[in-house]
Ligand binder design. Structure first.
Ligand code: GLP
Length: 243
Protein backbone atom coordinates (compact mmCIF):
# COMPACT_ATOMS: atom_id res chain seq x y z
CA UNK A 1 0.00 0.00 0.00
CA UNK A 2 1.24 3.44 -0.90
CA UNK A 3 0.66 5.93 1.93
CA UNK A 4 0.50 9.68 1.43
CA UNK A 5 0.13 11.78 4.58
CA UNK A 6 -1.00 15.35 3.94
CA UNK A 7 -1.66 18.40 6.09
CA UNK A 8 -5.40 18.76 5.72
CA UNK A 9 -8.66 18.00 3.92
CA UNK A 10 -7.89 20.36 1.02
CA UNK A 11 -4.56 18.66 0.26
CA UNK A 12 -6.16 15.23 0.57
CA UNK A 13 -8.89 16.22 -1.89
CA UNK A 14 -6.43 17.74 -4.37
CA UNK A 15 -4.20 14.65 -4.30
CA UNK A 16 -7.19 12.34 -4.78
CA UNK A 17 -8.39 14.42 -7.74
CA UNK A 18 -4.92 14.27 -9.28
CA UNK A 19 -5.02 10.46 -9.29
CA UNK A 20 -8.50 10.48 -10.87
CA UNK A 21 -7.52 12.99 -13.55
CA UNK A 22 -4.48 10.86 -14.41
CA UNK A 23 -6.63 7.76 -15.04
CA UNK A 24 -9.39 9.71 -16.82
CA UNK A 25 -6.86 11.38 -19.13
CA UNK A 26 -5.22 8.08 -20.06
CA UNK A 27 -8.57 6.39 -20.74
CA UNK A 28 -11.47 8.54 -21.94
CA UNK A 29 -14.07 5.79 -21.51
CA UNK A 30 -12.91 4.65 -18.11
CA UNK A 31 -15.08 3.27 -15.31
CA UNK A 32 -14.82 5.20 -12.08
CA UNK A 33 -15.93 3.79 -8.73
CA UNK A 34 -17.44 6.38 -6.41
CA UNK A 35 -18.24 6.71 -2.73
CA UNK A 36 -20.41 8.97 -0.61
CA UNK A 37 -19.92 10.60 2.78
CA UNK A 38 -18.15 13.82 3.75
CA UNK A 39 -14.72 12.50 2.76
CA UNK A 40 -14.95 12.57 -1.08
CA UNK A 41 -16.88 15.87 -1.41
CA UNK A 42 -13.66 17.88 -1.83
CA UNK A 43 -12.40 15.41 -4.44
CA UNK A 44 -15.69 15.81 -6.35
CA UNK A 45 -15.43 19.62 -6.13
CA UNK A 46 -11.93 19.43 -7.60
CA UNK A 47 -13.13 17.16 -10.42
CA UNK A 48 -16.03 19.52 -11.17
CA UNK A 49 -13.58 22.43 -11.33
CA UNK A 50 -11.21 20.47 -13.59
CA UNK A 51 -14.15 19.64 -15.85
CA UNK A 52 -15.28 23.30 -16.03
CA UNK A 53 -11.73 24.25 -16.97
CA UNK A 54 -11.64 21.61 -19.71
CA UNK A 55 -8.92 19.60 -17.97
CA UNK A 56 -11.04 16.48 -17.67
CA UNK A 57 -13.92 15.10 -19.69
CA UNK A 58 -16.72 12.87 -18.36
CA UNK A 59 -18.60 12.44 -21.65
CA UNK A 60 -17.47 8.85 -22.17
CA UNK A 61 -17.05 7.94 -18.50
CA UNK A 62 -19.19 5.39 -16.66
CA UNK A 63 -19.53 5.47 -12.88
CA UNK A 64 -20.54 2.85 -10.36
CA UNK A 65 -21.25 3.70 -6.75
CA UNK A 66 -20.41 1.58 -3.77
CA UNK A 67 -23.67 1.52 -1.93
CA UNK A 68 -27.18 2.82 -1.23
CA UNK A 69 -29.44 2.79 1.80
CA UNK A 70 -32.30 0.27 1.69
CA UNK A 71 -35.07 1.04 1.44
CA UNK A 72 -34.70 4.63 0.28
CA UNK A 73 -35.97 6.31 -2.90
CA UNK A 74 -33.48 8.09 -5.20
CA UNK A 75 -35.30 11.41 -4.79
CA UNK A 76 -34.99 11.29 -1.00
CA UNK A 77 -32.41 13.93 -0.13
CA UNK A 78 -30.57 11.46 2.11
CA UNK A 79 -30.17 8.85 -0.62
CA UNK A 80 -26.74 8.29 -2.09
CA UNK A 81 -28.17 8.77 -5.61
CA UNK A 82 -29.32 12.25 -4.54
CA UNK A 83 -25.90 12.92 -2.98
CA UNK A 84 -24.08 11.92 -6.17
CA UNK A 85 -26.30 14.04 -8.41
CA UNK A 86 -25.83 17.05 -6.16
CA UNK A 87 -22.11 16.71 -5.46
CA UNK A 88 -20.84 15.51 -8.82
CA UNK A 89 -23.11 14.35 -11.63
CA UNK A 90 -25.03 17.64 -11.97
CA UNK A 91 -21.75 19.57 -12.10
CA UNK A 92 -19.93 17.62 -14.83
CA UNK A 93 -20.66 16.41 -18.37
CA UNK A 94 -21.29 12.79 -17.41
CA UNK A 95 -24.31 11.14 -19.07
CA UNK A 96 -26.77 10.26 -16.28
CA UNK A 97 -27.57 6.96 -18.00
CA UNK A 98 -23.92 6.03 -17.50
CA UNK A 99 -24.09 6.53 -13.72
CA UNK A 100 -25.00 3.53 -11.59
CA UNK A 101 -25.99 3.45 -7.92
CA UNK A 102 -27.56 0.36 -6.32
CA UNK A 103 -31.37 0.58 -6.43
CA UNK A 104 -32.70 1.48 -2.97
CA UNK A 105 -36.27 0.82 -4.14
CA UNK A 106 -35.69 -2.66 -5.62
CA UNK A 107 -38.60 -5.03 -4.86
CA UNK A 108 -36.19 -7.95 -4.97
CA UNK A 109 -32.98 -6.63 -3.42
CA UNK A 110 -31.10 -9.89 -3.92
CA UNK A 111 -31.82 -9.89 -7.64
CA UNK A 112 -30.87 -6.20 -7.82
CA UNK A 113 -27.53 -6.96 -6.13
CA UNK A 114 -26.83 -9.80 -8.55
CA UNK A 115 -27.63 -7.55 -11.49
CA UNK A 116 -25.37 -4.82 -10.07
CA UNK A 117 -22.46 -7.24 -9.75
CA UNK A 118 -23.03 -8.44 -13.32
CA UNK A 119 -22.99 -4.84 -14.47
CA UNK A 120 -19.57 -4.27 -12.89
CA UNK A 121 -18.32 -7.40 -14.66
CA UNK A 122 -19.88 -6.37 -17.98
CA UNK A 123 -18.14 -3.01 -17.71
CA UNK A 124 -14.86 -4.89 -17.39
CA UNK A 125 -14.26 -3.91 -13.78
CA UNK A 126 -13.42 -0.49 -12.37
CA UNK A 127 -10.41 1.57 -13.43
CA UNK A 128 -10.16 3.67 -10.28
CA UNK A 129 -12.22 3.39 -7.11
CA UNK A 130 -12.37 5.98 -4.35
CA UNK A 131 -13.20 4.85 -0.83
CA UNK A 132 -13.86 6.53 2.46
CA UNK A 133 -13.60 4.59 5.70
CA UNK A 134 -16.12 4.22 8.51
CA UNK A 135 -15.04 4.92 12.10
CA UNK A 136 -15.26 1.17 12.70
CA UNK A 137 -13.18 0.36 9.60
CA UNK A 138 -16.11 -0.30 7.26
CA UNK A 139 -15.79 0.09 3.51
CA UNK A 140 -18.97 0.93 1.61
CA UNK A 141 -21.36 -0.76 4.00
CA UNK A 142 -19.19 -3.82 4.63
CA UNK A 143 -19.41 -3.70 8.39
CA UNK A 144 -16.97 -5.48 10.75
CA UNK A 145 -18.10 -9.07 11.23
CA UNK A 146 -16.24 -11.83 13.03
CA UNK A 147 -18.16 -14.42 11.01
CA UNK A 148 -16.88 -13.19 7.66
CA UNK A 149 -17.73 -10.80 4.85
CA UNK A 150 -19.46 -11.17 1.51
CA UNK A 151 -17.46 -10.90 -1.69
CA UNK A 152 -20.21 -9.60 -3.98
CA UNK A 153 -22.86 -6.87 -3.90
CA UNK A 154 -25.36 -7.76 -1.20
CA UNK A 155 -28.07 -6.55 1.18
CA UNK A 156 -26.66 -5.87 4.63
CA UNK A 157 -27.74 -4.65 8.06
CA UNK A 158 -26.01 -1.54 9.41
CA UNK A 159 -24.32 -1.62 12.81
CA UNK A 160 -25.42 0.67 15.64
CA UNK A 161 -22.08 2.51 15.33
CA UNK A 162 -22.73 3.33 11.67
CA UNK A 163 -26.38 4.27 12.24
CA UNK A 164 -25.20 6.64 14.96
CA UNK A 165 -22.38 8.09 12.81
CA UNK A 166 -24.70 8.63 9.84
CA UNK A 167 -27.60 10.00 11.91
CA UNK A 168 -26.02 13.46 11.62
CA UNK A 169 -27.53 13.67 8.13
CA UNK A 170 -31.03 12.63 9.24
CA UNK A 171 -33.54 14.26 11.60
CA UNK A 172 -32.84 11.48 14.13
CA UNK A 173 -31.11 8.09 14.39
CA UNK A 174 -34.58 6.48 14.06
CA UNK A 175 -34.81 7.77 10.51
CA UNK A 176 -31.54 6.21 9.32
CA UNK A 177 -32.44 3.13 7.24
CA UNK A 178 -31.28 -0.03 9.00
CA UNK A 179 -30.18 -1.77 5.82
CA UNK A 180 -28.19 -1.02 2.70
CA UNK A 181 -27.18 -2.53 -0.63
CA UNK A 182 -23.41 -2.52 -0.90
CA UNK A 183 -20.68 -3.77 -3.16
CA UNK A 184 -18.77 -6.54 -1.41
CA UNK A 185 -15.05 -6.53 -0.75
CA UNK A 186 -14.64 -8.71 -3.84
CA UNK A 187 -16.53 -6.16 -5.98
CA UNK A 188 -14.18 -3.46 -4.68
CA UNK A 189 -11.22 -5.69 -5.52
CA UNK A 190 -12.37 -5.67 -9.16
CA UNK A 191 -10.98 -2.14 -9.25
CA UNK A 192 -7.54 -1.96 -10.82
CA UNK A 193 -6.62 1.04 -8.69
CA UNK A 194 -8.03 1.96 -5.28
CA UNK A 195 -7.70 5.31 -3.54
CA UNK A 196 -8.80 5.38 0.08
CA UNK A 197 -9.03 8.73 1.83
CA UNK A 198 -9.47 9.67 5.48
CA UNK A 199 -9.30 12.85 7.48
CA UNK A 200 -9.84 13.80 11.09
CA UNK A 201 -9.09 12.23 14.45
CA UNK A 202 -12.28 10.15 14.51
CA UNK A 203 -10.77 8.01 11.73
CA UNK A 204 -7.41 7.51 13.48
CA UNK A 205 -8.31 4.21 15.12
CA UNK A 206 -9.66 2.75 11.87
CA UNK A 207 -6.55 3.89 9.95
CA UNK A 208 -4.24 2.38 12.58
CA UNK A 209 -6.05 -0.97 12.35
CA UNK A 210 -6.05 -0.83 8.55
CA UNK A 211 -2.34 -0.01 8.22
CA UNK A 212 -0.88 -2.01 11.11
CA UNK A 213 -3.14 -5.05 10.80
CA UNK A 214 -3.80 -7.80 11.50
CA UNK A 215 -5.84 -8.32 8.34
CA UNK A 216 -9.24 -9.13 9.78
CA UNK A 217 -12.90 -9.07 8.84
CA UNK A 218 -13.31 -7.10 12.08
CA UNK A 219 -11.68 -4.22 10.17
CA UNK A 220 -12.89 -4.60 6.56
CA UNK A 221 -10.48 -1.88 5.36
CA UNK A 222 -7.52 -4.04 6.50
CA UNK A 223 -8.32 -6.44 3.64
CA UNK A 224 -7.21 -3.71 1.23
CA UNK A 225 -3.62 -4.60 2.19
CA UNK A 226 -4.10 -7.65 -0.06
CA UNK A 227 -4.85 -5.55 -3.18
CA UNK A 228 -1.88 -4.76 -5.46
CA UNK A 229 -2.66 -1.09 -6.13
CA UNK A 230 -3.98 0.85 -3.15
CA UNK A 231 -3.11 4.43 -2.24
CA UNK A 232 -4.08 5.73 1.17
CA UNK A 233 -4.30 9.51 1.33
CA UNK A 234 -4.93 10.82 4.81
CA UNK A 235 -4.32 13.87 6.88
CA UNK A 236 -2.07 14.00 9.93
CA UNK A 237 -4.92 13.58 12.42
CA UNK A 238 -6.24 10.45 10.75
CA UNK A 239 -2.68 9.06 10.66
CA UNK A 240 -1.80 10.11 14.21
CA UNK A 241 -2.10 6.68 15.89
CA UNK A 242 0.02 4.75 13.35
CA UNK A 243 3.39 3.77 14.85
C1 GLP B 1 -20.88 5.76 5.04
C2 GLP B 1 -20.60 5.21 3.64
C3 GLP B 1 -19.13 4.90 3.43
C4 GLP B 1 -18.29 6.05 3.92
C5 GLP B 1 -18.51 6.25 5.40
C6 GLP B 1 -17.67 7.37 5.99
O1 GLP B 1 -21.20 4.78 5.95
N1 GLP B 1 -21.39 4.06 3.33
O2 GLP B 1 -18.91 4.62 2.06
O3 GLP B 1 -16.94 5.80 3.66
O4 GLP B 1 -19.87 6.57 5.60
O5 GLP B 1 -18.29 8.59 5.80
P1 GLP B 1 -17.62 10.00 5.98
O6 GLP B 1 -16.77 10.21 4.78
O7 GLP B 1 -18.76 10.97 6.04
O8 GLP B 1 -16.84 9.95 7.23
Amino acid sequence: MRIIVVENYEEMSAKGAELFVEVMTAKKNCVIGLATGSTPIGLYNNLAKACAEGKVDFSEVTSVNLDEYYPLAPDNDQSYRYFMNKNLFDKVNIKKENTFVPDGTAKDPEAACKEYEQRIDALGGIDIQVLGIGRNGHIGFNEPDANGLFAETHLTALTENTIEANSRFFASADEVPKHALTMGIGSVFKARKIVIMANGADKADAIKKMVEGPISTMCPASLLCLHPDVTLICDKSAYSLVK
